[in-house]
Design a protein around this ligand. Structure first.
Ligand code: ZN
Length: 395
């Protein structure tokens, strides 16, 4: 431990972080929203807090073909592997599998990087089955389809993690907090009465993926609801986000009564995210995650049955602070709000494109949390909360 590292804080919960120090470094090449430090920066900040015991860290392993093909087609998996071996994407694969595009670019070891992010979520499912909380920050690639890449996502690790939990007969509630609709996870389980997908996201009338995700887009199977969607208006602030979350969360848990929760914790909901158009603070994001943790179904020893993945998030400093706070919650540690000097230094060194944020607020590099955002509840948000309460699954 270096002199500047914070004194280690002991965990009070059984949790595992599935990550590696250099995970994702160099991924997505250049000029892509995901070509920023994310998992590596998060792990560095967690370490700077002294908030990671060696027994809590698990190195991700690559998902094998037999696992990837629980959801993906063998042809697609082969196309990813072949492209990696070749060092480029053949035009036939580009057309058929949407690989090697601006959206889903080829980069060095792209199959291996995606397969490790995916393997991490399967390991997370196994850890949850074995009685621990698990967090795989490289996961949450919720737009990937069975036979093609979509929205920066190559393999759909949330779907594979849910399938692994289902293998043990568990019923799973998938909660997607990412700023974008969790469309491919919804599609995967729309006919499955044992999985409920709940997504809160920017209304697709103004945001990617530009279709679906409306409150009335409710799937059903065997007479049971399988999907719930809360479309958020631009500029949704803390007070509005809390109102809408609380309108949907308690009743959903009560009606569906899951055996486990899979939480996709994308940070593009945060106010300064360059792709998100919401106005949620880090404090609010963590409070919501804390509510999920507090209300999750439990193992006999009281450990929440909760699997958490990463997701979107395009401001590296905000993301690393938020996911460090999330790890603090999951592992049962109280982290001071002030950043440890070594962690602050890492955040500063990660830099931030001045085109995106002309004069970064110095508080970004000093504190773990943001001040609450707020204002009155706008009439269309209040109306949305009323419509949620009247939803046939929740009333
Ligand atoms: Zn997103």
């Amino acid at each position: 431990m270096s002199a500047t590292q914070a004194a280690a804080c002991p965990p009070s919960r059984k949790a595992v972080l599935i990550a590696a120090d250099r995970q994702g470094v160099g991924a997505y090449g250049k000029n892509h929203p995901l070509a920023i430090p994310r998992v590596s920066l998060t792990v560095a900040l967690i370490r700077a807090y002294g908030a990671l015991d060696e027994g809590e860290l698990l190195a991700p392993r690559k998902a094998v073909d037999a696992e990837l093909t629980w959801f993906h087609t063998p042809e697609y998996v082969a196309a990813m592997k072949h492209s990696e071996a070749l060092g480029r994407v053949a035009s036939a694969y580009r057309a058929r599998h949407r690989l090697g595009t601006l959206e889903n670019p080829y980069f060095h070891r792209f199959f291996s990087v995606a397969a490790a992010a995916t393997g991490g979520s399967i390991q997370a499912a196994q850890a949850v089955l074995a009685g621990r909380i698990a967090f795989n920050p490289a996961g949450g690639m919720h737009h990937a389809r069975p036979d093609h890449a979509r929205g920066f996502c190559y393999f759909n690790d949330p779907v594979l993690a849910i399938l692994r939990l289902k293998e043990e007969g568990w019923r799973v509630l998938y909660l997607d907090l990412d700023a974008h609709h969790g469309d491919a996870v919804e599609e995967a389980f729309i006919d499955d009465p044992d999985v409920l997908t709940l997504s809160l996201h920017m209304d697709t009338a103004y945001a990617y993926p530009h279709r679906g995700g409306r409150l009335e887009d409710a799937g059903t199977a065997q007479g049971r609801h399988t999907t719930l969607n809360v479309p958020l208006p631009p500029g949704t602030h803390d007070g509005e986000y809390r109102l809408l979350f609380e309108a949907v969360w308690g009743p959903t848990l009560e009606r569906f009564a899951p055996d486990a929760i899979v939480l996709q914790a994308g940070t593009d909901v945060l106010a300064a995210d360059p792709l998100g158009k919401l106005a949620v603070s880090t404090q609010c994001f963590l409070d919501i995650c804390g509510q999920v943790l507090a209300t999750a179904p439990r193992h006999p020893d009281g450990t929440p049955r909760l699997l958490v993945t990463g997701g979107g998030g395009y401001h590296p400093v905000l993301l690393a602070r938020a996911w460090t706070g999330l790890w603090g919650l999951l592992s049962g540690r109280t982290l001071p709000e002030e950043l440890p000097p070594e962690g602050a230094e890492r955040l500063r060194a990660a830099g931030w494109d001045p085109d995106e944020d002309a004069s970064p607020d110095p508080r970004l590099f000093r504190f773990r949390l943001d001040e609450a955002t707020g204002g009155p509840i706008r009439p269309h948000v209040a109306e949305l909360a009323r419509r949620i309460a009247a939803h046939p699954f929740l009333r």
